[in-house]
Design a protein around this ligand. Structure first.
Ligand SMILES: [Zn+2]
Length: 432
């Protein structure tokens, strides 16, 4: 894979400069930088910097950290480092095998890397940082590396972050689910919603009782007991798990998930009405009307607003459903839960008198979950109405950007990477 033909040996002055820079960036105890030269690696001119053990230093056992005698020295290996001026950079080092009194004969620990990975830790952190800004494919293209290398880099950083993150002080969480891939696969996501500390805490495949049970098991009993608020969808099996596993938490049905039910109902009404138009061979005024009805009016463009105005003049079921939703928005503005309660009852009564079956279903659901919906007002001022929605949007964007993700595992890594607020491996120099 590599050619060790000498191409251009740096002059003493150049080598000095590179060493000076490297020592400023990253120093490894017990090792020193040697000469630097340009060599072709995989057919490409690369800067290769030798690393040597400090004189009289003993190799360190990778398993127990003890230092032992050198058993033998292996052939030199290359470790890819952060590129400079579009040149690939490699460390070249001949690993020693340590004779550890406890673990036996092992390849020594090297502080710039781990295991059989060819990329150095610094380079992996560097790639992972770019992979947060660009897609993984773009990152791979720019740094002339493979998609797989970028994935391994991100996975390393995520694994490190998960092992080293702090889970103290998590008192507010939200449970959300997202459809992934085509078909009906789901990921269940659990977010921390504490003000100033919003992040993805957990994600697992599927949307089943055992999925959420797994979260609580991994999160731990003690931490679960400290939860004060848990926001979720009104899916009964999940609500039961939450009641059981977070016994001290106020269970809240959050605004985002509730309004989503409205949108699903409006869309159902619109679809069946559009079908009727088609059957009666009438002009389909609802064609392309989907987003007009699902978006909040303040989010429409000028042109959309005037089209919506035209639609509102028609006596359509879809419009009636739309207006019922817009009317319900007032619910969230109440300060007192008893007033909100009265409003909800009123709204439900009116809705149940219509012939809009999907909306009537929403009304019944709101009534049957009323206490948990009203808990929203008890938590007011603590929970931001946009928190779950904001995280949900970011998660969806990550999934959309994740072109080329083949498995749930990749998606999980990507989601933790962008939404987990994870700590990174320490390094003294921030490359990007
Ligand atoms: Zn050992």
């Amino acid at each position: 894979m590599m050619v060790f033909a000498r191409k251009h040996q740096t002059q003493p002055g150049e080598a000095m400069l590179i060493k000076t820079v490297l020592n400023k960036i990253e120093r490894f105890k017990s090792f020193i930088y040697g000469s630097a030269q340009f060599l072709p690696v995989n057919g490409e001119d690369s800067l290769v910097i030798d690393i040597k053990p400090r004189r009289n230093s003993k190799p360190e056992c990778p398993e127990c950290g003890r230092r032992g005698k050198t058993y033998d020295t292996q052939a030199a290996r290359l470790f890819e480092y952060v590129p400079i001026w579009a040149f690939k950079v490699f460390f070249r080092y001949a690993p020693r095998r340590v004779s550890c009194p406890v673990c036996g004969i092992k390849v020594e620990a090297m502080p710039w890397g781990y295991g059989k990975e060819q990329m150095t830790i610094s380079y992996q952190v560097y790639l992972a940082r770019w992979a947060r800004r660009l897609s993984w494919k773009e990152t791979a293209d720019i740094f002339k590396t493979s998609w797989d290398s970028v994935f391994r880099a991100v996975q390393f950083v995520v694994d490190y972050g998960l092992a080293n993150r702090n889970l103290e002080g998590v008192t507010e969480i939200g449970v959300d689910e997202i459809a992934v891939f085509k078909g009906h696969k789901y990921l269940t996501l659990v977010y921390q919603l504490n003000a100033g500390a919003r992040r993805l805490l957990w994600c697992g495949p599927e949307r089943r009782i055992k999925t959420l049970l797994r979260f609580f098991r991994e999160f731990g009993k003690e931490r679960s007991a400290k939860l004060k608020y848990v926001c979720s969808d009104m899916w009964v099996p999940y609500l039961k798990v939450i009641a059981k596993r977070a016994p001290n938490a106020l269970s809240i049905l959050d605004r985002f998930h509730i309004m989503r039910k409205f949108n699903e109902a409006i869309d159902e009404v619109r679809r069946s009405e559009a079908k009727e138009f088609k059957a009666a061979k009438q002009e389909n005024v609802l064609e392309k009307g989907r987003w007009l009805l699902l978006k909040r009016p303040e989010n429409l463009s000028e042109k959309q607003t005037s089209r919506l105005g035209d639609l509102l003049k028609l006596n359509l079921s879809s419009i009636k459903a739309y207006l019922l939703r817009e009317d319900f928005q007032r619910f969230w503005e109440y300060q007192r839960s008893d007033f909100a309660d009265k409003f909800l009852e009123n709204w439900a009564t009116r809705t149940l008198q219509t012939d809009l079956e999907p909306m009537k279903k929403v009304a019944k659901m709101l009534r049957s979950h009323k206490p948990m919906i009203l808990n929203w007002f008890k938590a007011k001022g603590r929970l931001s109405s946009g928190a779950v929605e904001g995280l949900n949007l970011k998660a969806k964007l990550t999934i959309r950007k994740a072109y080329g993700f083949k498995s749930i595992k990749c998606l999980q890594v990507a989601l933790f990477h962008t939404l987990g607020e994870l700590p990174e491996p320490n390094s003294i120099h921030r490359f990007c």
